[in-house]
Design a protein around this ligand. Structure first.
Ligand code: 5GP
Length: 221
């Protein structure tokens, strides 16, 4: 009766450091087989516990700049400490053909570039409940201890907040399971948008009314 576009949506998830974007996405991927998240490239050094090809593809600055020249990135940005982060073009283009929803966990600069290329992109901003809570999570993670690095992170966090109005949804990650549910609900709702309808094939009204009139299940009185 109704045929909707069977292509997947492109969804961007941004938000300040330690807001829990990566954890929310990981949990969502465990739940949904039809959602994928391509791995970005970065020139920043690998942190303890990170895995090549799982967290990022870690490459040198020179290699990254060569890949920029080759046109290998859909978008890229210097996100912090002058380090590059970029989304692989070929992988996203291939995934778009599979009909799966594609989540890109990228910063606000990258989000603006993708939105220009694909105006239908859905933008979700994940926030921690407060800056104090962000500070607590950074201390707990313990990956960074130098004040310069922490200040740099918070400068970026405050700067990124200015882009919030460009986004379609905001999810406060106070409770992880609820945040995952909210993002999942957004993905489900976006698949139900009326503008995804390609064909609406309803039975002819006269023919249907005639069928009703002669249907033995209904009486005249
Ligand atoms: P980190 O991994 O250093 O904690 O944070 C990386 C930051 O870069 C996050 O804000 C993340 O959203 C962003 N990021 C990760 N991958 C990409 C990418 O491919 N492109 C862009 N523009 N930003 C990215």
């Amino acid at each position: 009766m109704i045929k909707t576009r069977d292509t997947g949506n492109l969804i961007i998830i941004s938000g300040p450091t330690c807001a829990g974007k990566a954890t929310v996405i990981r949990k969502l991927l465990e739940k949904r087989e039809d959602v994928v998240c391509p791995i970005s490239y970065t020139s920043r050094p690998m942190r303890p516990g990170e895995i090549e090809g799982i967290d990022y593809y870690f490459i040198s600055k020179e290699h990254f700049e060569q890949k920029i020249k080759n046109g290998d990135f859909l978008e890229y940005a210097k996100v912090r400490y002058g380090q590059y982060f970029g989304t692989p073009k070929k992988e996203v283009e291939d995934l778009l053909k599979t009909g799966k929803d594609i989540i890109l966990e990228i910063d606000v600069q990258g989000a603006a570039q993708i939105k220009k290329l694909f105006p239908e992109t859905i933008l979700i901003f994940i926030l921690a409940p407060s800056m104090q809570e962000l500070k607590r999570r950074i201390i707990e993670r313990g990956a960074e201890k130098k004040i310069d690095q922490i200040i740099d992170r918070f400068k970026t966090a405050y700067k990124e907040l200015n882009a919030l109005n460009e986004y379609n949804y905001v999810v406060v990650n106070d409770n992880l399971d609820e945040a995952v549910e909210k993002v999942n609900s957004i993905l489900i709702s976006e698949k139900c948008r009326v503008d995804r309808i390609e064909k609406l094939d309803v039975q002819n009204q006269e023919e249907f009314m005639h069928e009703l009139l002669i249907d033995k299940n209904f009486s005249k009185e």
